[in-house]
Ligand binder design. Sequence first.
Ligand code: SAH
Length: 363
Amino acid sequence: MNSLVNLLDYDRAALGQFFVELGEKAFRADQVVQWIHQQGLMDFDAMSNLSKALRQRLKETAEIRLPEIVWEQAAADGTRKWLLRLDSGNCIETVYIPETNRGTLCVSSQVGCALDCQFCATAQQGFNRNLTTAEIISQVMIARDALRDEPRERVITNVVMMGMGEPLLNFDNVVKAANLMMDDLAYGLSKRRVTLSTAGVVPALRRLKQVCDLSLAVSIHAPNNELRDQIVPLNKKYPIEELVAACREYMEGHTHRSITWEYVMLDGVNDLPEHARQLAKLLRGIPSKINLIPFNPFPGTKYQRSPDEAIYRFQTILMEAGYTTTIRRTRGEDIDAACGQLAGRVMDRTKRRLRAQQEAANA
Ligand code: SAH
């Protein structure tokens, strides 16, 4: 069994603790975080400001281990997707989306997802396990490394935890990874550029405010309990009024920021003018941006994307009520990298590959 600790599991505070336990000074963590996360260095011997003895000690007790890149794909629009294999043999996906003034990396927080949102491909594969901090931050390391030779505008300026999984159900590991994303000695992203997207785990949302200051996106998707119970089953546990109240609290003392509300547009389900009016009423007084997401279909889904006219009509009602409302452009569709499409077909592919291997072996 591998008894080495993976240093990628530590944020700077935890790494400081690790060094103290080794009998070293906590500031060693500053140096090592910089080597690993700023320089992308994987080799203890090259950490020239550590003593030889300490480097030796690190080699004996620790490692810097990334998941394996199974494959990488690039879409016609510049979107890139990586399939990463974890120690357990499971795979996760990470997507990079270049835009005019920014480059957004969409990272996963769990293998699969337990929430069972009816319109999401990830839900269909069920829940497998939480990602470790190392597995979350590795997605940033791997993408940054892969983008190294790209033109300057193709860098990671934003990270969104909007890939597979519910980040607030993997609280501690997600917070440590977010700390690294925002640490000036690591990735140095500002708190406005690191976004956690949640379907609304209310107690964890309250805790988040105490421990980690980042931007929040909330997958609201419906303006009332009756509808939300159907499409986001978590709503039965934490009903919409509790969620909205927790979001209001989250924003207290944050006058400069807003919550992004995500709303997937499902034809004939949640896209009627009355839904837009209810939503406008529900969010009144909260600094908000609303992001309408045209539904991305996947095999076996019962839903269809709302027609453009329905999306524009919905947008107009919200704008007239005073909300900044954008429509998310679908990106990377040709490589199944769009919202809600992650991993659905990967499972298929994996099985297909296994079948092909078995057939080859039997031939
Ligand atoms: N569990 C978190 C993060 C993962 S989902 C959350 O619920 O926010 C990230 C975003 O993709 C969510 O807003 C989700 O509603 C959206 N999404 C999921 N499936 C989709 C689909 N098929 N089409 C469009 N957006 C989808």
